[in-house]
Design a protein around this ligand. Structure first.
Ligand SMILES: C[S@@+](CC[C@H](N)C(=O)[O-])C[C@H]1O[C@@H](n2cnc3c(N)ncnc32)[C@H](O)[C@@H]1O
Length: 330
């Protein structure tokens, strides 16, 4: 039996140590497929390199190399046995990854899933064609709960990082972290409380307090995150704030005792595209003080769904923009 004959859709990720190869369909947030132009690869495929974790390493590395594409999230759709006669040969995982071109010089083309599936079928790749159809269906069927579960998988990647900013999901240098996150502190113009929605290990809470203090502004930081292990780590790192760190889902969480905050920071790309404006509206209604400030970060790079555009879509009047960070007052 050829490997392709064992292709089958699956509801979840397989055991990590069985995964030897990945094939990703790269999607823009709106669902269009990104393929390499001029006869380059449509799908992003590679073996898992020695020492790599297939999800935390390979799915980030390979789309950069094949398509100059930076992924934000990945969902497993199907698997195939690399050698159906030998289970020890391991699995090829097929999944879709959403993200955006990251500026590398790879000529890209955008196609609907239907057109890409037809192109792959015509080129003699029926498994690729079937996978694109399966991936498009899986993307359409995504739920909030599934998206949250997908996000939670990355908690382990944060926990294994050896820098505080790495434990907050930033894989760059300290300078990269500052360049990316200082705009959050620059958006704060008066003393008050600050809630980091999706605070990971709490490093942004610390940094925002310190960066604001440089400008004579006193900030009392609070944090919440989906990941219980991340909140445990944040409490260990910041024991003096242990009672200001909570586990919850940003789509539903309210603070103990109905507490509200003078400033909130959120990265709405944690939820489905079509839920982002509602997320901002509900954060304002449930967690922000009257006249409080909502700071929105949309991950770089991103021509798609900028922070100011999202704030406007949610009915806010944008009060300031700095790079990929924008803010508005309630
Ligand atoms: C990139 S980190 C952000 C760290 C820091 N707040 C910052 O902005 O730099 C994103 C965090 O959001 C959390 N997260 C993802 N989905 C979430 C959800 N639905 N509710 C709460 N937190 C969520 C993740 O666990 C992760 O720790």
């Amino acid at each position: 039996m050829p490997a392709s004959a064992s292709y089958r859709t699956v509801p979840d990720d397989p055991e990590p140590d069985r995964v030897r190869r990945i094939t990703l369909l790269l999607l823009l947030p709106e669902g269009e497929c990104v393929v390499a132009a001029d006869g380059g690869p449509a799908l992003s495929t590679s073996d898992v390199a020695a020492g790599e974790h297939w999800l935390y390493d390979t799915t980030l590395r390979v789309p950069q190399q094949t398509h100059g594409f930076r992924i934000q999230g990945m969902r497993t759709v199907a698997v195939a046995d690399l050698d159906p006669a030998d289970p020890a040969a391991g699995l090829q995982v097929f999944g879709f990854a959403t993200g955006a071109p990251a500026g590398r010089e790879v000529a890209l083309e955008h196609l609907t899933p239907d057109r890409l599936a037809a192109r792959l079928a015509a080129a003699g790749d029926p498994v690729g064609a079937r996978f694109v159809v399966d991936a498009a269906e899986a993307r359409q069927a995504r739920t909030d709960a599934q998206t949250a579960a997908d996000n939670l998988r990355w908690q382990a990647a944060y926990l294994r990082a050896d820098t505080p900013w790495g434990q907050s999901g930033n894989s760059g240098t300290l300078e990269d972290w500052e360049r990316s996150r200082r705009p959050v502190a620059e958006a704060i113009e008066r003393d008050g409380t600050f809630l980091d929605v999706g605070c990971a290990n709490g490093y942004l809470m610390e940094c925002v307090q310190a960066w604001c203090a440089e400008r004579g502004i006193a900030v009392e930081p609070y944090g919440m995150d989906l990941g219980a292990d991340l909140i445990r780590l944040a409490r260990q790192r910041l024991p003096h704030w242990a009672d200001r760190l909570w586990v919850g889902n940003m789509q539903t969480w309210t603070a103990p005792g109905g507490l509200r905050f003078d400033t909130l920071q959120v990265r709405p790309d944690a939820v489905l595209l079509e839920r982002r404006a509602d997320l901002l509206t509900r954060l304002r209604a449930d967690l922000l003080t009257d006249g409080g400030r909502l700071i929105v970060t949309m991950s770089e790079p991103g021509p798609y769904g900028t922070a100011p555009a999202l704030l406007e879509q949610a009915g806010f009047t944008v009060a300031g923009v700095r790079g990929h960070v924008a803010w508005a007052d309630a």
